[in-house]
Design a protein around this ligand. Sequence first.
Ligand code: UDP
Ligand code: MG
Length: 329
Amino acid sequence: MNAERSIPVLYLVIPCYNEEEVLPETTKRLTEKLHTMMRSGQIDHESRILFVDDGSHDATWALISEYSAAIPYVDGVKLAHNRGHQNALLAGLMTAMPLCDCAISMDADLQDDTDAVDRFVEKYMEGCDVVYGVRNKRDKDTFFKRTTAEGFYKFMKLLGVDVVFNHADYRLMSRRALEGLSEYKEVNLFLRGIVPLIGFRSDYVYYDRAERFAGESKYPLKKMISFALDGITSFSVKPLKLISNLGILISILSVFGLLYALISYFCGVAVAGWTAIVSSIWLLGGLQMLCLGVVGGYIGKIYSEVKQRPRYLIETHIKEKKEATDKEA
Ligand code: UDP
Ligand code: MG
């Protein structure tokens, strides 16, 4: 055990978007967990569950407010509007940073095994600043999700991006790792790509991922694809290099094509032109469009980054509000 580390104030940061169906059970399980860990002296009594309402349209915020009033370990932050999972997570982590020694981010739907929290804290006590939750197997996923996810991780590795295989956003970060994270100002957030860049000592906790406890996934296919593309283009410019190489290859091939056409012309062989011309126009046209799209994607990112718009705005933080009213009283 690291002698320098004292019992930590732990914050569990949970982003929630329209999670009214799961919140009662999630709150019950997590408060029980925190309570047990506090009693056994694993975590400090100042530890909290911090729910982040990411602009939900259902009763999520009403429930968070109710639980915060009734349960001393529950706190809540409400974002001004829906900013997406990654921004909501960042908002929670940045709110927790000055209040905690370490924070664990997890999903609201109980897919991340709450029983594994102890093991994250043990690793923290051993001196780790980042602990990644890694899924043992993906048998709870559909065949489609499993193969696309595996393909994505492999593609990222191929591009030279350091991502932890089968790790989503279930992870512990110490306060200094959070401070490191706060230095990354990018608007297009892909936390599982940024966190390995921060460094510090890290380790893994393996867990079995459960099925969503209730409600529907808030990550439809469209969001999933845009998240994956965001991950790729935020961390690698290799696609740009790849399309230049493709351009060079096609140029070389077209020289051979030209030679072939000239030789056929001079030898007086009738050119069976139409098919070749039409197919090459379509092929090259398509490729050019694709390449333009990739370049355009990067330009779009530069556009959103240079504007430096805020990644989230906090409407209410319950604990802060409570402290202010306590002072007034
Ligand atoms: N989430 C969020 N904002 C969004 C979408 C999702 O805060 O715009 C939260 C959601 O409430 C959940 C977590 O992100 O706690 C992961 O979402 P979900 O479980 O729906 O994704 P899946 O597990 O299906 O990939
Ligand atoms: Mg989920």
